[in-house]
Design a protein around this ligand. Structure first.
Ligand code: GLN
Length: 486
């Protein structure tokens, strides 16, 4: 049952020589062969690279120079550039794109000894909440294979939940780490904007995108974040402050931590069973000495509309590089340059992506810029100010991660608004740039349900501490989906 072990437990096993990194990697690769095909969690499996890295890890351990993640088999969302390996972003546009370099995050994790098992499935260019927008087909939720795993980092969350890697990376522009973590019963943290370098991560909406780990436990998230975080000269938006030791404070008591329930996040649209689960979790935190109160974020209802102007605006600019000329897909026999642009983009981009490019171009165009884009930026500031006010009263904000558990494949495909509302509790922290974590908080029938904690800027350590203390009291993060079941 190696696949149920946490990174911490695997590290102990490796250190004690219970198994080698090579054995562990082989074990995971076999599981992927057996399981991943059905779940469709991986776009690319990099078995050769994995075996080579595992052997190197064993040699390093023999020499006494093993890094903090030495021999730990992980997967990367297919939006992280990996040198010499296809990096598709879930799009036909990049189906044949072999990254010429690796993202800073990948360099750091490999440098720490992590073993790359492969690249996980995702919504095209990270646009989606269900993984139904991938060129490589949808991913199944391991808890119920008729349901979605969430998105856009659905492949990563499904892979961690199903024991097809020990941990994975994700990116979160409006909820794409936390919502799939919630749907798949795993832990996912989106750090403060700028805490992790975006260099080498394919851009969706640059002022919102942030990478983070998806893991089984908060402790594992701390270990991953420790390696992933930090300033990078190649990303001018990365924050140049010291990375604290995230594991050092995990064991601290949470007595006296002030936790605010966001009133607006418990109003209409929240599923009753989800609310009950969250309130039970609140009681656990209270029993640990947390002080619970209610806070208000009055501009909450404007978060989704503002996001769906800002994110498309930025994506329309970012995706203009896929023009059929420089790299990526090129149509056959173009008649002239216009035809080349038009057909390359029309043929290789999916519907959702095209719609967003259209919306983005529209809201940025002369005559509409002030009415839409500028207005959305002003609303963004109001949303940020709500948080500034709230954090004068409390240390952490608490809410459900998503309004309901994983929905059925196809259930919301015809209803874009219903799909966009998936991120109603996650999007505001992206607009404000705040860190937030989702942890398993209970089961809604057979389906996992996540709890979200939002922290103040650079307060990841506090989020991880509270999440870890919660996980010491509960077992939700220890549950695994039925193998081969329905
Ligand atoms: N679901 C949101 C969107 O489609 C968020 C996606 C994300 O965080 N990458 O844009």
């Amino acid at each position: 049952m190696l696949h149920k072990r946490t990174i911490t437990e695997l590290r102990t096993g490796l250190q004690k020589g219970e198994f080698s990194a090579e054995e562990l990697t082989l074990y995971y690769l076999e599981r992927i062969e057996g399981n991943a095909r059905e779940l469709n969690a991986y776009i690319t499996v990099t078995a050769d690279i994995a075996m080579e890295q595992a052997r190197r890890s064993d040699r390093d351990r023999g020499k006494g120079v093993a890094g903090p993640l030495s021999g730990i088999p992980i997967a990367y969302k297919d939006i992280f550039c990996t040198e010499g390996v296809r990096t598709s972003a879930g799009s036909l546009m990049l189906d044949k794109f072999i990254a010429p370099y690796s993202a800073t995050v990948v360099e750091k994790l490999s440098g720490a000894g992590a073993v790359m098992l492969g690249k996980t499935n995702m919504d095209e260019f990270a646009m989606g909440s269900s993984n139904e927008n991938s060129h490589y087909g949808h991913v199944l939720n391991p808890w119920d294979k008729e349901r979605v795993p969430g998105g856009s980092s659905g492949g990563s969350a499904a892979a961690v939940a199903a024991g097809l890697c020990a941990a994975a990376t994700g990116t979160d522009t409006g909820g794409s780490i936390r919502q799939p973590a919630s749907f798949c019963g795993v832990t996912g943290i989106k750090p403060t904007y700028g805490r992790i370098s975006r260099w080498g991560i394919i851009a969706y909406a640059s002022s919102l995108d942030q990478a983070g780990p998806i893991t089984r436990t908060a402790e594992d998230a701390a270990l991953m974040l420790q390696v992933m975080a930090g300033h990078d000269a190649k990303d001018s938006t990365s924050i140049a402050t010291e990375v604290p030791d995230y594991t050092r404070t995990l064991g601290d008591s949470i007595k006296g931590q002030r936790i605010g329930l966001c009133r607006e996040y418990f109003e209409e649209g929240l599923d009753g069973a989800t609310e009950k689960i969250i309130m039970e979790a609140v009681a656990v935190l209270e029993s640990l000495g947390a002080i619970i109160s209610e806070v208000t974020l009055p501009n909450t209802r404007h978060a989704i509309p503002a996001y769906y102007i800002i994110a498309p605006a930025e994506c329309s600019a970012n995706l203009s590089r896929y023009d059929g000329v420089r790299y990526g897909y090129r149509c056959e026999n173009p008649t002239d340059l216009q035809d080349l642009y038009k057909r390359s983009r029309s043929e290789a981009l999916g519907e959702e992506v095209k719609q967003r490019i259209l919306v983005g171009t529209f809201v940025l165009s002369a005559g509409y810029y002030d009415a839409y884009y500028r207005k959305a930026q002003q609303v963004r500031r109001l949303i940020k100010n709500d948080f500034v006010e709230a954090f004068k009263e409390v240390d952490i904000l608490l809410s459900p991660t998503a309004p309901a558990p994983a929905f059925r494949i196809g259930e919301k495909s015809g209803d874009q608004i219903a799909m966009y509302l998936q991120d109603i509790y996650t999007i505001a922290s992206n607009l404000a740039g705040l860190p937030a974590i989702s942890i398993p908080a209970g089961m809604n029938g057979q389906l996992p349900t996540g709890l979200q904690l939002i922290g103040n800027y650079l307060d990841e350590a506090r989020l991880l501490n509270v999440a870890h203390q919660f996980q010491l009291q509960t077992n939700w993060h220890r549950l695994s989906p039925p193998e081969g079941g329905p």
